[in-house]
Design a protein around this ligand. Structure first.
Ligand code: ADP
Length: 160
């Protein structure tokens, strides 16, 4: 059984996240999306909202489940017996941060491997922060997030 964890803020989940999960679900037997809960971070959506949106996003992927976690991802890996942390990478700028993070996690728990999956070119420019900015300015985000996320975002940001 090859189980991978896909941790992130998912504030909100995007079609870029879904693309990584669809592709990874064909490689791994099981994937657990781990929605990060960090009391020090300011989110647009609560942990429960991010969790609920993520559950809806992956409802057609039978081997993908969703959890929330407020501690180190390596301790979650320990808890569930996972040996792989999956991260998506877009531009080179992502790589620098992701590489450092993977070194940090490796230092904490060398038996857990971080695997990077490059984005599909279609989702190259998708990141949650820019999508929120675009939505705030009334831009069309329908090719970036599923309809239910677009609706939730418009409601939260108070745009018609
Ligand atoms: P974090 O706050 O931990 O960076 P995110 O929710 O932004 O969490 O992202 C979770 C994971 O999904 C990260 O590995 C991130 O690089 C990846 N990701 C986000 N958007 C895309 C995308 N458009 N294509 C590929 N990977 C992505």
């Amino acid at each position: 059984m090859l189980k991978a964890l896909f941790p992130g803020s998912f504030d909100p989940p995007t079609l870029g996240h879904l693309n990584i999960l669809e592709r990874a679900s064909r490689i791994y037997d099981e994937i657990e999306v781990v929605v990060a809960v960090n009391p020090k971070k300011e989110y647009t959506f609560t942990a429960e909202e991010r969790y609920t949106m993520m559950v809806q996003l992956v409802e057609e992927l039978p081997n993908v489940t969703v959890e929330t976690w407020d501690k180190l991802i390596v301790s979650y890996a320990d808890k569930v017996g996972a040996r792989i942390i999956l991260r998506g990478v877009r531009a080179l700028a992502d790589f620098e941060y992701e590489f450092e993070l993977s070194m940090l996690n490796r230092g904490l728990k060398p038996t857990v491997e971080t695997i990077f999956m490059p984005t599909d070119p279609q989702y190259f420019v998708l990141r949650s922060t820019s999508i929120k900015e675009l939505a705030r300015l009334g831009g069309d985000i329908s090719s970036m997030v599923p309809g239910f996320v677009a609706t939730a975002l418009r409601e939260r940001l108070g745009v018609a």
